[in-house]
Design a protein. Structure first.
Length: 352
């Protein structure tokens, strides 16, 4: 028994020494280990969950704004509105199509109110979400940064708007890559019927999507943390995230196709898919931030908190209420009197 334990300890020691040697020999392995340690030390999973929840919450007013814009477009094009409503009536079973058509009319009639409420809600939820993201990203650099309570909200709103514009540009570039532009270019040179043409179209679409995501995530990694990180220092991590997100989109499509086959999947599959995707995306971006924070070129951008930061935080003094476990004489006398009265009442009722 002792020889088996000694062998196990020897194997563990050998593994530790081999791992330490690998970290010294390959800097990439050491960097990866430090990334995971930084992510865990700075509570990465907790921040990822918070970012996911606030992000999904912020989607609701954003969707309201999108619907309001669509309602303005439909209101200005009555023929398109009639065609859409007629298509809904024809596709929906029974009277459901007429009900959906009435919903569209109601949405168009109240498009201004929906858009205004959506804008206000998007501003408040967007500020909360972007503030949480910036705190989480800065935490990966070693701590928190004190901010002005008023100007921080202004800058967070501006950052949220810029991030929305960057996301819209990314989607436009991705849509351009997935459109028929590549097929059109191949047709100009007479190669649209070649056997390898679909492969070229698919490769070009993936490359364009990865390139657009690379630009977006480089902007996110460089500008959201509250440190003056240059854009060039985040390009490698941005490229890794772009590739990871392309894989996530493919796996997400497989997940939805496999889940939506059942009645329960039709009801809950898309919701669960959005929640899982948001959480995994948050973790990936936070891991990339930790990777940037532990990179040797970003040593000067580390956040150093004061050793006695806890001492400067306000102290909450709560009143202490002591309860005497021994009852007082007055309480005992009152209890005895109540018991005697109850006993007398019971005896009187029995005699009757």
């Amino acid at each position: 028994m002792s020889s088996a334990l000694d062998s196990a300890k020897s194997a563990v020691d050998t593994g530790k020494s081999s791992f330490a040697a690998a970290r010294e020999k390959w800097p990439a392995v050491d960097h990866l280990v430090r990334t995971v340690e930084r992510y865990n030390d700075r509570r990465g999973n907790v921040y990822a969950a918070a970012i996911s929840f606030n992000g999904i919450l912020a989607l609701v007013p954003i969707i309201m704004v999108v619907f309001s814009i669509a309602a303005f477009v439909l209101a200005s094009q009555p023929q398109l509105l009639d065609d859409l409503q007629q298509a809904i009536v024809d596709a929906a079973p029974g009277k459901a199509g007429e009900q959906l058509s009435e919903v569209i009319d109601s949405a168009i009639a109240s498009r201004a109110a929906v858009g205004l409420v959506g804008l206000v809600g998007a501003a408040f939820t967007g500020i909360g979400w972007i503030s949480g993201v910036r705190v989480a990203f800065t935490e990966m650099y070693g701590g928190r940064v004190e901010r002005n309570p008023v100007m921080s909200k202004v800058w967070d709103l501006i950052t949220f708007a810029l991030l929305g514009v960057a996301f819209a540009v990314t989607m436009a570039v991705t849509a351009l890559g997935n459109s028929g532009l590549t097929t059109t270019v191949l047709s100009w040179v007479g190669l649209e019927d070649a056997s390898w043409a679909p492969i070229v179209v698919r490769v070009v679409a993936i490359a364009v999507s990865v390139f657009a995501s690379w630009l977006l995530f480089t902007f996110v990694l460089a500008r959201l943390p509250l440190v003056p990180l240059p854009m060039t220092h985040a390009m490698k991590a941005g490229l890794v995230i772009a590739v990871a997100f392309e894989l996530m989109k493919s796996l997400g499509g497989l997940y939805l196709r496999s889940v939506l086959g059942s009645p329960a999947g039709v009801a809950f599959g898309p919701i669960l898919g959005v929640m899982v995707f948001a959480y995994l995306a948050s973790r990936i971006v936070l891991y990339a931030t930790a990777w940037c924070a532990t990179d040797s070129i970003n040593t000067e951008y580390q956040v150093v908190e004061e050793p006695d930061a806890e001492l400067h935080r306000p102290v909450v003094i709560s009143p202490t209420v002591e309860v005497n476990p021994a009852p007082r004489a007055g309480a005992l006398a009152a209890a005895a009197g109540a018991g005697a009265a109850a006993a007398a009442l019971v005896g009187f009722l029995r005699r009757r």
